[in-house]
Write a protein that binds this ligand. Structure first.
Ligand SMILES: [Zn+2]
Length: 622
């Protein structure tokens, strides 16, 4: 087999105009998969759909003219359908250039189309704003205000949307006047978005100077994904060099990055304060549909369990023959040699087989995504790092981007992202606005799929050594998903507070260092350069307070998986039931149906008890 990497390096030369055709040709040899965006919209039809939406929009006054508390159920259903139809078309229009940009950040045409999409989306949003305000029970010029009785009559006529409409109404106290909300929309588009893009441009220009201590020459790396692989190198010098290379440009540009961070944080805080949220994090919790109290409980239980992972780090130090781990070493592999590459097709087969053992529906839906050619698998120049799953709408199977590198971790990531895709497909009978679950339940199917994969591979492991390696990997991943993410949010709470009072980049670095010291205790030696790490985490800039969703999803999945193991196959339909609800029901109620109370400390502690069991299993292997 010709490895993906060789093909990858050839693309550097050929990644010009005829790129896609050539990529597809070479992909056949390398197993690399390039996604087919035509199912969203062939690029040549962009303008056609654009005008179609403009035409649709002309009918808005006709629909809005019929709005009144006494309106018929039929008229209400029609305007909701019209609104969802606009959403569905706009999503396709926006996702096409957005996804194009993901695999080629220098795609100028995509950027142009994105700009056109944003302008039109803004126009649609403005035009339909009276409907939103009216549903919320706000005063709208020329329309009689919607009373509670008529609201519940009308909402019942579209049962699948009833919960989200009712919730919108209840949350109206956090919505400002129409004019103010319009200004915020424009300011986000013309102020915040360019700032975030500027950050990406700064980072995209970074050159990483990689030089392990005993190496003679320095290697300049321009693709972040190429540097990332040294994070898990077997050579301690390479691991250290990776972090040195990574943080050097961040340290150099920290003032610019701080300025951007300070702006987006102040912007978030001021807006959420104006909207009347109690704390900056409350706006995120509200959009996640979780009470503030449940999030505080989650974060509190995480703080109480820092020792679970500290014990793991101490254990790992022994295994690596070190007195104490350095921060560089926490993801160090313990296996003596690099594992053999798992070709993509093999990785896909493992994931599909595993899903099939758990649920035929999971397997079928994952296969649907792959058969539709909606996976973009390998890293290449100008493609973004990381992985994600994008749901474009109910009629199109989701798109998955990964940077597959043949490691077991990459297979796990594939299972994770396919899990997201499966979740979307389970709920594809829902209208676009309620197909996606809130951010919190969003990580359920993804982490659950990873868990199923893990358990199968652990059971089939041929030796204690393999089991040990896997448990170590699992503990490492759980650390990264649960504790690390919870501490990002703990940092954010402090950072937002500090920025509100006025602070400097150096002070922010110190705050970050303090949170590292708290989570690692005396289990790890942390080099001072890690104080710049916050500037590297995109979520902190793009989606403040998002990261606890990972902790939430992982601990929730562990608990659900535990229930599956206790109850057996009869639990599978329950899981599927959670997934099918998409975003159309109250997540708390959905979870209650399977016996979970997210406000209880015990529930979260249960997740940590399971993680501790893995650690005990690990120690028992010696
Ligand atoms: Zn995810």
């Amino acid at each position: 087999m010709i490895s993906g990497r060789i093909i990858f390096s050839r693309i550097y030369y050929h990644n010009n105009y005829k790129g896609i055709e050539l990529l597809k040709l070479m992909a056949e040899v390398s197993q690399e998969r390039i996604w087919n965006l035509d199912h969203i919209l062939p690029v040549k039809d962009f303008d056609k759909l654009y005008s179609e939406i403009e035409q649709d929009l002309k009918r808005a006054p006709e629909y809005l003219g019929r709005v009144s508390p006494k309106m018929s159920n039929e008229d209400f259903r029609e305007i909701i359908e019209y609104d969802e139809m606009l959403d569905e078309k706009l999503d396709r229009l926006g996702y096409l250039p957005h996804l194009q940009e993901q695999t080629n950040i220098k795609d100028e045409n995509a950027r142009l189309l994105s700009k056109k999409y944003y302008d039109l989306a803004l126009r649609c949003q403005e035009r339909m704003m009276p409907l939103g305000h009216w549903v919320k029970g706000k005063n709208v010029d020329g329309i009689e205000t919607l009373d509670d009785e008529n609201a519940s009559r009308l909402f019942r006529t579209v049962p699948v949307m009833a919960y989200s409409l009712q919730r919108t109404r209840e949350n109206a106290r956090y919505t400002l006047t129409e004019g103010e909300e319009n200004v915020i929309g424009e300011k986000d588009m013309n102020g915040k978005e360019p700032l975030l893009q500027l950050r990406e441009m700064i980072i995209n220009d970074f050159e990483y100077k990689f030089k392990p201590k005993s190496a003679k020459k320095e290697k300049v790396i321009t693709v972040e994904a190429d540097l990332m692989k040294y994070r898990t190198s077997t050579d301690p010098e390479e691991r250290e060099a990776h972090y040195n290379a990574l943080f050097e440009p961040y340290a150099k540009e920290i003032d610019k990055l701080f300025l951007i961070y300070q702006s987006v944080v102040s912007d978030w805080d001021k807006t959420s304060e104006r909207r009347g949220y109690e704390e900056p994090i409350s706006e995120r919790n509200d959009s996640n549909d979780i009470p503030d109290g449940a999030v505080s409980t989650l974060l509190e239980v995480c703080s109480e369990n820092t020792e679970v992972f500290q014990n793991y780090f101490k254990y790992k130090a022994k295994l690596l023959g070190m007195d104490k781990l350095r921060r560089y070493d926490i993801y160090a592999p313990v296996a003596k040699a690099d594992a053999e590459d798992i070709p993509l097709n093999e990785g896909i087969k493992i994931v599909l087989d595993t899903m099939g053992q758990f649920s035929k529906n999971f397997e079928r839906l994952a296969k649907e995504i792959l058969d539709d050619d909606h996976l973009d698998s390998h890293p290449r120049k100008n493609k973004r790092g990381g992985a994600f799953c994008a749901t474009v709408g109910p009629k199109i199977s989701p798109y998955i981007m990964t940077n597959y590198d043949g490691t077991p971790r990459a297979v796990s990531t594939l299972a994770h992202e396919l899990g997201h895709g499966i979740h979307s497909l389970f709920a594809n009978d829902k209208p676009p606005s309620v197909q996606d679950p809130g951010l919190t339940l969003a990580e359920t199917a993804s982490t659950f799929s990873e868990m199923v994969l893990f358990d199968r591979m652990l059971n089939e492991a041929g030796s204690d050594e393999i089991k040990r390696d896997m448990l170590i990997e699992k503990m490492g991943n759980s650390y990264a998903t649960v504790m690390r993410q919870a501490y990002f949010v703990k940092f954010e709470k402090l950072a937002h507070e500090a920025i509100q009072k006025g602070t400097t980049s150096e002070k922010l670095n110190e705050i970050y260092m303090d949170t590292l010291n708290e989570q690692f205790g005396d289990s790890i030696e942390i080099d001072p350069q890690f104080k710049h790490e916050w500037a590297e985490i995109p979520h902190l800039f793009k989606t403040p307070f998002y990261c606890y969703a990972y902790s939430f999803g992982e601990l929730l999945s562990i608990s659900l998986y535990d229930k599956y193991k206790t109850e057996g196959p009869s639990f599978v339909p329950k899981i599927e039931d959670i997934l099918k609800s998409g975003g159309s029901e109250d997540p708390m109620k959905v979870l209650e149906r399977v016996g979970i109370d997210i406000n209880s400390k015990d529930f979260w502690q249960g997740g940590f008890n399971q993680i501790e069991k893995w650690q005990k299993q690990l120690e028992a292997l010696e």
